[in-house]
Design a protein around this ligand. Sequence first.
Ligand SMILES: Nc1ncnc2c1ncn2[C@@H]1O[C@H](COP(=O)(O)OP(=O)(O)OP(=O)(O)O)[C@@H](O)[C@H]1O
Ligand SMILES: [Mg+2]
Length: 250
Amino acid sequence: MPILEVKNLKKKFDKNQILKGISFDLEEGQAISIIGSSGSGKTTLLRCLNFLETADEGTITVRGEQLFDGKNPVTDPDLLRKMRLHFGLVFQQFNLFPQYTALENVTLAPLINAEANEKAGIIENAKDLLDQMGLSDRMDNYPHQLSGGQQQRVAIARALALKPDILCFDEPTSALDPELTGEVLRVIRNLAEKNTTMIIVTHEMAFARDVADKAIFMDDGAILEMGPADELINNPKEERTRQFLSGVIK
Ligand SMILES: Nc1ncnc2c1ncn2[C@@H]1O[C@H](COP(=O)(O)OP(=O)(O)OP(=O)(O)O)[C@@H](O)[C@H]1O
Ligand SMILES: [Mg+2]
């Protein structure tokens, strides 16, 4: 059974049909990359999957449990919060809390509902995650004391601290100077090697090909082509995918 099954997801903003029926599966331990031109609906798709937007139609099922059905969407805030815990989201603009240290940014959410006897474990886990991100000497720094690449690695640790079933990235390196891109891509590659289940929206085509098992090319709100990542990016079947790739690869 796939860890995630998305069926016929549709979303309109005003009169504009932004998602036109998106369906795909993701297996546990695999990564899927999503590529496509600006405005094709990639961020909207991730936001619907994280329940930050409510899709109009379609279903989202995680580990066999249907979390979302457009016919009868959940509106209860407590239930929504629980549903969101299945997904982690790392944004383009890190979105760290400026008034908290790196360590506090990572522990904040898990500590909110923790019992007293769980607190030490949560802090240990956060330190371990920051260590995995190569930030063991930066735990007490505030976001403004960190480079963009370091901030993004804190944001990744923060997302992992809630132990999501599926970790989603929305162009995690597009806000970074080119020399800081590599360090963030490296930690995501490490996560892939440890079989972290991920959905990665990216404009870095070589990365999309190498890090993911499967790739999706989105065009105008629909999946135009989907397949093994290396095949889709090295040898796309659709003319439109070829055009897109020839535009972005130098
Ligand atoms: N909250 C909103 N209200 C109205 N229109 C929106 C909203 N969010 C997104 N859109 C529109 O939906 C379309 C898809 O946007 P989206 O951000 O999903 O594209 P994208 O593929 O992520 O693009 P990019 O590569 O530039 O990030 C765009 O035309 C955008 O203007
Ligand atoms: Mg986007």
